[in-house]
Design a protein around this ligand. Structure first.
Ligand code: PLP
Length: 397
């Protein structure tokens, strides 16, 4: 016998992975250049050169036993100090190295934080559209996953809907800005109002309500958009950060959890995050990557390629009459399906070898997601297909 919940999770693959797999199979048949795969958020720009240089230097300079050995479960102090210094330099945030837990990327860090807060009858709130994995992360703890729709078409937070969803069981609200899949960045005034709302709600229910800030895209912002450092606006914010997207290292698995010194129950919370990670089998984040981050925490991505792709795709689709969320960050466009049904629209696109992700799993079935971390020529050559789909959808009305 196997655990039914785990079996279902393993047997039902995600729609994104299915599309990605389909794209690989189709590429073998029709040629890679003839498949327009906008399905997976795999960074398309290389890691900064200094990352690879640092690894070469470390391999050359350091004693191999020390380099590849276990580190403390919370992480090497050098890496934690470098991250704290970088955050303090950018945000004057008062981050202490001992408030950082080095993890293996945002996904396992989120699991640890959710497990740390999963008291009996706990509820976690997410804003739709949301990263689909939040749902299994929450429900597998036995907690309730409560969804609040975003304020469409702006894709900011619908604050009154959120306030109505909070009750005595609410432990945390999961916030993801820049957002996957909408590409929206929450404005400072939205976040200030969110902080006031949660302060008010915490008083009403008589216990802290945390924000879990899922921030793998913090550095991926365009134009005038700014990403606020949430713990400065609301000290009960637990940050889950990852270098997967910002340094283009998704396969290497490195990031951190930050529990601010002034968060309610700081010591117990930090210990519970460590305990939850332990219960999930965490031993330490990869040692080589911790040492690399110790020297590279200050690096930022060169966003030119994403910025150009974003402009081309967004402008191209807008000119054809597609409605999209304002894509200020990450590398996604969230587009309204012209026929109102993104699943059907995705099927129609698939016939043209155009792979787009329906919005159902993000909690917004009217929209589909495009990852524009692809080549510029993929975007340029896909535009006539999007035009054809729009024309077909208009004819079908
Ligand atoms: N959160 C969001 C919103 C994401 O989009 C992703 C990955 O795509 C993750 C978390 C997980 O990222 P990581 O590779 O750091 O585990």
């Amino acid at each position: 016998m196997v655990n039914q919940q785990m079996h279902e999770l393993g047997a039902n693959r995600s729609c994104i992975r299915d599309l990605f797999e389909y794209g690989r199979q189709r590429s073998a048949v029709v040629g890679k250049e003839n498949v327009f795969d906008f399905s997976l958020g795999n960074p398309s720009i290389p890691a900064p050169a200094q990352v690879n240089e640092t690894i070469r230097t470390l391999l050359h300079e350091m004693d191999s036993v020390q380099l590849h050995g276990y580190t403390p479960a919370t992480g090497d102090l050098g890496a934690r100090a470098a991250i704290a210094e970088d955050l303090n330099h950018r945000y004057q945030a008062g981050v202490r190295p001992e408030d950082l837990f080095l993890g293996c990327g945002a996904a396992p860090e989120l699991v640890s934080v959710i497990r740390a807060l999963a008291v009996p009858d706990a509820e976690f709130v997410a804003i739709a559209p949301y990263f689909p994995e939040y749902k299994p992360f929450v429900t597998c703890t036995g907690s309730t996953f409560r969804v609040v729709p975003a304020d469409i078409p702006d894709f900011q937070i619908d604050l009154s809907a959120l306030e109505a969803a909070i009750n005595a069981h609410t432990q945390a609200v999961i916030i993801n800005s820049p957002n996957n899949p909408s590409g929206s960045v929450y404005r400072r005034e939205t976040l200030e109002q969110l902080a006031q709302l949660l302060t008010r709600s915490a008083l009403r229910v008589g216990h802290p309500i945390y924000i879990i800030a899922d921030e793998p895209y913090r550095e991926l912002v365009y134009g005038d958009a700014q990403v606020s450092f949430l713990p400065k606006l609301y000290p009960d914010t637990i940050v889950c950060y990852s270098y997967s997207k910002s340094l283009s290292l998704p396969g290497e698995r490195i990031g951190y959890v930050y529990v601010p010194e002034h968060a309610h129950d700081h010591d117990a919370l930090f210990a519970a995050v460590c305990g939850a990670a332990r219960a999930s089998g965490h031993v330490c984040a990869p040692s080589l990557w911790q040492k690399t981050i110790a020297r590279c925490a200050h690096l930022r991505p060169d966003l030119n390629a994403y910025e150009e792709n974003r402009r081309l795709l967004w402008q191209g689709l807008k000119d054809m009459g597609y409605e999209t969320a304002q894509p200020d960050g990450a590398f996604y466009l969230f587009v309204k399906a012209p026929n109102g049904n993104s699943r059907k629209f995705s099927e129609m696109a698939k016939e043209l070898d155009l792979l787009i992700v329906p919005g159902d799993d993000f909690g917004c079935p009217e929209y589909f997601r495009l990852c524009y971390c692809v080549s510029k020529s993929c975007i340029q050559r896909s535009l006539p297909l999007f035009r054809k789909l729009m024309e077909d959808a208009k004819k079908a009305r």
